[in-house]
Design a protein around this ligand. Structure first.
Ligand SMILES: Nc1nc2c(ncn2[C@@H]2O[C@H](COP(=O)(O)OP(=O)(O)O)[C@@H](O)[C@H]2O)c(=O)[nH]1
Ligand SMILES: [Mg+2]
Length: 259
């Protein structure tokens, strides 16, 4: 019991010092790579401001979400996460062999989100069920994640086709999935193999957001995470609306009975 309380308190402390104000940080993210220092500065300032703001507050009301990053090898999944967490990436490629989990608390629109980011190594297919996932991809948490981020490399068409087939499997096997598609490596514009407009047209048909970014230059990485939170909020709003409709149905139903 004591150990559990200690663990919870450690987690709260850890979360408090990791707070990042997404709204303010977004204004520091610029396509111009020379602004990287500004971005870094912005994040440090905001972390302090947020930490102070939260110091006196209770941690209750924090929303916990799991986000799984999927896509072919070398599309930049790890780099996107590293850039978001540490504002730098490792230019040398190290293949991920096991899933890695990262925790980060972010602050947006007056709400705090406790995020678990799951950096998943390449999968051959999306598992049919949580049980199938457990036997083949134990710990990946794909079925349990609220949001699936599908990353492709804009300079490699095969990686887009892979995302397309993964999306079909996710729709087949996961109920109400929230998917965000990411076209990474936008800095390699000259080598672009998937035309931006084509991708936009195709993904529009999937009814999920498409974000272009460059993990290498920290371009639109904050926008990507803002988009992820917006998608989460949209679903939460839709649920509230459903609940409201459901409850008003009963109110009306009772009224009918009385009259
Ligand atoms: N040019 C460019 N290279 C990138 C970008 N993002 C990642 N990389 C590089 O692509 C390689 C694979 O990245 P990594 O994040 O390990 O891919 P993962 O296998 O999907 O996790 C690494 O050498 C990265 O430095 C980007 O936006 N632009
Ligand atoms: Mg990786």
């Amino acid at each position: 019991m004591q150990q559990r309380e200690q663990r919870d308190s450690d987690k709260r402390r850890h979360v408090r010092y990791q707070l990042v104000n997404m709204e303010s940080m977004a204004s520091y993210t610029n396509i111009n790579p020379t602004n990287d220092n500004d971005c870094m500065q912005g994040s440090i300032e905001n972390m302090e401001t947020c930490a102070k703001r939260r110091d006196s507050d209770e941690e209750e009301g924090m929303r916990e979400y799991s986000i799984a990053f999927l896509g072919s090898c070398q599309v930049g999944k790890t780099s996107i996460i590293q850039q978001f967490l540490h504002h730098n990436i490792d230019n040398a490629y190290t293949p991920s062999t096991t899933v890695k989990k990262y925790h980060k608390a972010v602050f947006m629109d007056g709400k705090i989100y406790d995020l678990t980011l799951r950096d998943c190594p390449g999968v051959t297919s999306f598992p049919e069920s949580p049980l199938a996932e457990f036997s083949t991809y134990k710990g990946y948490g794909m079925h349990n994640s609220q949001v699936i981020v599908l990353v492709y490399d804009t300079s490699n068409e095969d990686t887009f086709n892979y995302v397309r087939s993964l999306k079909d499997q996710i729709l087949k096997y996961k109920s109400n999935p929230l998917i965000v598609v990411v076209g990474n490596k936008q800095d390699l514009a000259a080598d672009q193999r998937v035309a931006r407009t084509d991708a936009q047209q195709i993904v529009k048909g999937w009814k999920c957001p498409l974000v272009f970014c460059s993990a290498k230059y920290n371009w639109h990485i904050i926008n990507l995470f803002t988009e992820i939170l917006k998608v989460i909020e949209c679903q939460a709003d839709a649920k509230k609306e459903d609940a409201h409709r459901y409850s008003s149905h009963f109110i009306n139903f009772n009224r009918c009975k009385v009259s």
